[in-house]
Design a protein around this ligand. Sequence first.
Ligand code: GLU
Length: 433
Amino acid sequence: MLRFAPSPTGDMHIGNLRVAIFNYLLAKKENIDLIIRIEDTDKKRNIENKDKEILEILALFSIDYKSVSYQSQNLKYHQKMAMKLVEEKKAFACFCSDETLQVAKQKAKDENKPYRYDGTCKNLSESEVLNNEKSFSIRIAKPEKNIEFHDDLRGDFSFSPFEIDDFVILRKDKSPTYNFACGVDDMLMDISVVLRGEDHISNTPKQIYIRQALGYDKKIRYIHLPIILSKISGKKMSKRDDSSSVKGLLAEGFLPIAIANYLVLLGNKTPNEIFDLDEAVSWFEIKNLSKSPAKFDIDKLRFINKEHLKKIDEQRLIKLLGFEDKDFGFLAKIYLEECSTLEELKLRIKPYFEEKNDISEFKNDFLLLQKTIQEAEFFDDFEEFKANLSKVSQLKGKSLFKPLRYILTGSHKGPNLSAIYPYIKNYLGEITK
Ligand code: GLU
């Protein structure tokens, strides 16, 4: 069983979507189930409806899965298991105040050392615990030996007890910490493969250790994907990067199929550059992925989006642009010379039907042409249409073409009118009104 475990704490980041896509590809490839686990235990950071938004995005990208669960529903198991570890003396109550811990963390920071718990509450006697009325968190006592694991992409890892530390598993409000809830749930859900971002590598030994302490010895396969860096700053794509939010990219008019294509292509050896997820299932291999961070290149995504827009059926394209007639789908495709996204295409097609007011430069010629077109018979051929206009209006050269382009397209520049005419000839009344 595979799982994708997003936190409903913000807009879905492209790095998270990439993790979801790779989980989906691996599930299909290996014919194992994928489940979605919404990790909503950190109540302070949860944002209302982000869970629904995440599920909507997965649907938009055709990432199907077996079931959805919410981590908070497992709270009683998290608490029970923490208490089991306390009873077995594998975990202990910690009464240290937030202030004390904060001071110790600051001291470590000032000394440029990693912060580690100083063990104050580790060896309290039973009566010291029972007679203490202060609220407490629960910490797991660090392991005695190194925790080792294998990552299918990166090889072997070994973490020392010092690196793992006596970490908190249940907060003072008795909610589980991320590592504890995740370690327990992966066990309860019988997860066999964890594929997630490399920012979780240091969490993995903690989660393995939690399961070991609970007596669960099934090995989980791990794959930690490289992070995505901003091409501009060279740093991890942050929430502030415009192109890091999936919602943002969709609003800009990138197609889900193109975004998915790009995220699979990034840092991967693929047999071709343009593909959909169904094709990717047939050749996808973890070993072809690069271990190094990938750089997000919006120009490459634009190129890929354009290629998918070229392949789309004209009827579907025009629906996506918010119009009806297939002819305008053909028209939109002409604009793919200069446009790469749906939003850019909309900006070219919409003005055809909008009121055309920017005519000061050629007002009289414009009005004359408008009237001539409205009164003219139908011409199938652009040359005949043009010749007739010129004859009736007596306009020639620039005086004819500049206003004509504007009347027909709502723009002062663009592709050859002869290329456009076949797709608009049946709608001249509407366009020139
Ligand atoms: N909820 C975690 C996150 O969104 C993912 C944890 C995981 O995949 O283990 O980063």
